[in-house]
Design a protein around this ligand. Sequence first.
Ligand SMILES: [Ca+2]
Length: 460
Amino acid sequence: MQRNIRVNKKYRLCQFISLCHKFYYMKGWFYIFKETNKIVRPMSFVRLACFVLTAPFILSSTACDTASKKGQQDSVNVESDSAQAAANTVRLQLVTDQFISPVAMATPHDGSDRLFFCQKEGKVWVVENGKLLSKPFIDVSGEMVKINEAYDERGLLGITFHPDYKSNGKFYLYYSVPSAVKGSNHKSRVAEFKVSANDKNIANKTSERVILEFEQPESNHNGGDIIFGPDGYLYIASGDGGGGGDKHGENGNGQNLNTLLAKILRIDVNSAKPYGIPKDNPFVGKTGARPEIYAYGLRNPWRISFDKLNHRLFAGDVGQNKYEEVDIIEKGGNYGWRIMEGFHDYNVPNGADKSKLLPPIHEYEHPLGISITGGYVYRGKAIPALQGKYVFGDYNGKTWVLTQNGNKWTRQDLVLQGKPDLNMAILSWGQDEAGELYMLLTTTGKGETKGAIYKLVNPN
Ligand SMILES: [Ca+2]
């Protein structure tokens, strides 16, 4: 226990310095290394001078980063079974680092083995036969709000392909568009598009059909994952509207069934225009509740996924200031926010009945992590040690697996071989047609901020 406290104090100091460093990166390096379309421009003399003058600061904070990473490692090791952790080792194989901010991945499940990636700034890129194609599949940046280069949770946040994509060519995007409504920061839009008739790697942009839009009072907490369930319905993860503490509305948005914010939504894109409501959605016909809602009480579900084998729906739900959580989403479930943060009281109204709130299957505390990035249950073939384990991570670069034993889920480190010698922020995870997993990152260091996508392969 004493060791934990010492580690945490050292870690908190280092995290503070590290945050200053990150702030410096965001505000400084993003402007210094202003990105062109895809590739980082080389340094000018002035930029080089900036680099030389600030090098001592970078060096000291990099040293601290190393210490802080050790601090995280220490606190994980206290909690983990080290023998088990050793078994959870993967090697990282670079797919591409040629575009920034990869926040979502999807496959068209048409047998082509192509991988599609959302760049937050509005483009979808295709990797075919291991190579990044030179032209984007689609570019919706012109319809989007302008993305702040320093930091922004808005953007092109989700992509998925219709279950019958092979025959109908339909796919879906979730992105942030301007709003004319007073008091609204922007709107989240879910839209359908079709691939072009004569080129399988270029979408027909004019085919856009807006399915659903909803207002966002703040720029942050937008969720944004969209995926088709095994039932053929489209599941949409939405955040609580942002601003911190779920502050909008009388009781926040999490527990308000009359808003699409802070929910997992489920709609039918086939049965009606712009969309139909599945008959067995839990709030169909209930007064004061939106029929699109499938589950509620989420804060910012950042990446959801179905287990390919048993179809359980997993969500990584980003915490407020203290606890990050993993949930298994059930129809009609109330996941507690803003009454609870993880397993803990957050903002409990007088007389609240907490007995019906569904707890997470796992939580971890800050500063071990700062913002969860939900992943996938591994159902591939290449890495037998990961079979059936939920692979996930945190924005701070940590990676883990959860293993189920009856009702108990245990967290262990996911050890990465071939990790770049850079500061990694895990933005998202992806799963290909074979069930193999990918890690989507922003890397900073060595004078560059880049996007990077790695495939997880069996260790050497
Ligand atoms: Ca919760």
